[in-house]
Design a protein around this ligand. Structure first.
Ligand code: HEC
Length: 206
């Protein structure tokens, strides 16, 4: 009986051998990580100083600066921050590195969004956004055209910010010295990326 079991087990293992060989052969030719590099997530960002002249009360602007730092807006919205090399002259002025929101391990051309320029530059930033529009984006992820933004911009995590705090953030952003920096156009899944991107972990439940 014991002998028979062993034989069965052995034959099972033997039958798995071709699969194992095939898998290792495949992994030699397809390594989804080969185009990626490990990042050093060591970025600690200062929030930039507001301009000397602003239209908003100093205490609200100061609170907005504190909250913006606390909530880590700059860790996405600063050029270079996503790859551990934040550009001090582009703090909160948008990222030329995008964030992939479909899985680049499975498809060569994932969808990508580029964190926007949050300084009040008219051409490339949020200079034309009202305080109320910025508040709606932070609390509900709805942009100035009324479209819902993908939660890559982590508005679900900010939904419970109270109105006073959300307004303070908006007043601070509108008080920043404008920085001209055009972020790349977002890329739909299947389109070829025009600029580099990072990808956060993926999830599969089974
Ligand atoms: C995990 C990365 C990440 C963090 C953290 C983050 N954002 Fe964003 N945010 C994005 C991305 C990506 C977009 C662009 C979304 C798009 O184009 O669909 C965006 C868009 C925006 C926009 C719209 C601007 C425009 O011109 O379209 C505003 C305003 C904004 N974020 C404010 C904030 C504020 C304020 C914080 C902190 C409280 C913050 N974001 C934190 C990723 C982030």
């Amino acid at each position: 009986m014991t002998r028979l079991r062993l034989t069965l087990l052995q034959s099972r293992l033997l039958s798995l051998l071709p699969c194992a060989l095939l898998l290792s052969a495949c992994s030699n030719t397809f390594n989804p990580l080969k185009d990626y590099e490990q990042l050093t997530p060591s970025t600690i960002l200062e929030s930039p100083e507001p301009a000397a002249q602003t239209n908003y009360p100093a205490d609200r602007v100061a609170k907005g600066k504190y909250l913006t730092g606390l909530l880590g807006c700059g860790s996405c919205h600063t050029n270079g921050a996503l790859v551990g090399l934040p550009r001090q002259d582009q703090l909160l002025a948008g990222s030329s590195t995008g964030i992939a929101y479909s899985n680049p391990m499975q498809e060569p051309n994932p969808g990508i969004v580029y964190p926007s320029n949050l300084t009040p530059d008219m051409a490339t930033g949020i200079g034309s956004w009202s305080i109320a529009q910025i508040v709606t984006m932070v609390q509900a992820g709805i942009d100035n055209h009324g479209s819902r933004t993908l939660p890559v911009m982590p508005w679900p995590s900010y939904a419970n910010i109270n109105d006073e705090d959300a307004n303070s953030i908006a007043m601070y952003l509108k008080s920043l010295p404008p920085v001209r920096h055009q972020v790349p156009q977002n890329v739909s899944p299947g389109q070829k990326a025009v600029a580099p991107f990072v990808h956060f972990g993926v999830y599969q439940s089974r």
